[in-house]
Design a protein around this ligand. Structure first.
Ligand code: TRP
Length: 477
């Protein structure tokens, strides 16, 4: 790579800044919304245990693979793969284009519907602060009305997209790193404070025993597959987000430690959020299996009856907005990096232009445009991206890292380990070559409904709601 290209590309100024950006990408609606409600649906402890195994066995190897591809390739997902698979000739190039373009497309589509859900979080934040005086906070019907109200959903989505485009326009260091360095520690402080709050107001014991006491009789095969699929989504894997952030890293000495830390922090946030949310649910004497409506229906209703609950609600929805914001930024950055690196677009043109395209697609989602006769565009996009594109992207990236990239690049992170580098490198190579592809293929086949006959009668989640951010369809409580 020429000197010129290296210097015009942005980079993270510090490893801490990079860590916070990567954690910001991973920590999102998946942690605060999806994780607690699927844990509720699948019965708690045993599900959490399986989820932790999936994070370690599949999530972690792929996290490292994405970061090292980015770091060694020094470019957007397509460019990085193309560079690192050069030794494979035309096969490598074709593979890079397939993987890269699909990843960029996934990020584009995903941000469209992610932003609509994030917009709802913005709405609940404004509502809890009292900025929407006409609507009563805590009323269970608020969410249904919001989801059905095209204009309000569209306005909130627009606000959220502007926030996202703004930060990405400012660049990697001045925008993304600066914001995440501020928001992520704040997010941890808020979650810890909320933990203290529920420890004081009650429900903590029940919540902890629900989340951490495994009852294996509740563990079905679909729970295992759901856990595996979610491990993927929650770590932002399969669409080059971590490749893109890895490419802004200045040194590679810490990639191993960073991968472990990102996966660990993401898991800690999910568990903390789950603990807080279930404590609130148990305080209100409700069942933990409230389903997807947990965040926007059950919680607001419960908050209003708690001491200082209105204030806690503001803080809580502020947290949800932060989490979604830093994830959305990394989604936009995947696409922007592609246009900046491959097509040499100026950053502000890429951020503004692509952002506007995503905004328009999201607008169609917010307006309730239908994709087929009985699927909304919002749910349909979520379904296509979360169920198919992310796992396929992950599979391709695993194959690239395990089989197409030269070991000197793929294993380079392990060379910096003081002890055991060769052993851990060998383990990683085995996992990424065999275990990850096989597991991901199984999830994919399951998503496609190939095991349905076999799993019949044991799955609590109907297939239509398997998309990660499908709008709540069942009333809470
Ligand atoms: N990890 C994010 C969450 O938990 C969602 C997500 C999935 C994501 N893939 C991504 C975010 C890629 C950014 C980039 O909500």
């Amino acid at each position: 790579m020429s000197e010129g290209t290296t210097t015009t590309r942005g980079s993270f100024a510090s490893n801490f800044g990079f860590m916070m950006a990567a954690v910001g990408s991973a920590v999102g609606l998946g942690n605060i919304w999806k994780f607690p409600y699927i844990t509720g649906e699948y019965g708690g402890g045993a599900f959490v245990l399986v989820y932790l195994v999936c994070i370690t066995m599949v999530g972690l190897p792929l996290m490292y693979a994405e970061l090292i591809i980015g770091r060694r390739g020094g470019s957007d997902i397509l460019g990085a793969l193309r560079k690192l698979t050069q030794s494979k000739g035309a096969l490598g190039t074709a593979f890079s284009y397939l993987t890269g373009l699909m990843a960029v497309l996934s990020a584009f589509l995903m941000l469209a519907f992610y932003s609509v859900v994030a917009g709802w979080a913005v709405y609940f934040f404004l509502l809890s602060v009292g900025l929407i005086p006409a609507v009563e906070f805590g009323n269970a019907t608020v969410f249904d009305e919001l989801a059905a109200n095209a204009r309000t959903s569209a306005i909130c989505h627009t606000v959220f997209m502007l926030m996202t485009i703004g930060v990405v326009t400012l660049g990697v260091h001045r925008g993304i790193e600066f914001l995440c360095k501020t928001l992520m520690p704040l997010l941890f402080v808020i979650l810890t404070a909320m933990l203290g709050y529920v420890a004081y107001t009650g429900g903590l014991d029940q919540s902890l025993s629900f989340l951490f006491r495994p009852d294996f009789s509740k563990l079905t095969s679909s729970a295992v597959l759901e856990a595996l699929g979610h491990a993927f989504f929650t770590l932002s894997l399969g669409m080059g987000a971590m490749v893109t952030y890895g490419s802004y890293l200045k040194e590679e000495g810490r990639v191993i430690r960073d991968s472990v830390a990102i996966a660990a922090l993401d898991t800690i946030v999910a568990l903390l959020a789950g603990t807080v949310i279930f404590a609130v649910v148990f305080q209100g004497d409700l069942e933990p299996s409230a389903g997807p409506g947990l965040l926007f229906q059950t919680l607001p209703e419960l908050f209003v009856n708690m001491p200082g609950g209105r204030f806690v609600a503001c803080v809580f929805f502020g947290l949800v907005v932060f989490a979604a914001w830093s994830s959305a930024i990394s989604l936009l950055e995947v696409v922007v990096a592609y246009f900046v690196d491959e097509w040499k677009w100026p950053r502000f043109v890429a951020a503004g232009g692509i952002g506007a395209g995503i905004w328009a697609l999201g607008l169609a989602c917010a307006m309730g445009v239908m994709m087929t006769q009985d699927t909304t565009l919002q749910d349909g996009l979520d379904d296509i991206v979360s169920r198919y594109m992310l796992p396929i992207g992950g599979l391709l990236i695993a194959i690239a890292a395990g089989w197409l990239v030269l070991p000197e690049d793929g294993l380079s992170g392990f060379r910096h380990m003081v002890k055991g580098g060769a052993v851990f490198g060998g383990i990683w190579q085995f996992l990424i070559r065999f275990v990850t592809p096989i597991m991901v293929t199984i999830v994919l086949l399951w998503q496609m409904g190939l095991f349905d006959a076999w799993l019949k009668g044991e799955t609590p989640a109907p297939p239509a709601e398997k998309g990660e951010l499908a709008a709540p369809k069942e009333p809470a409580g």
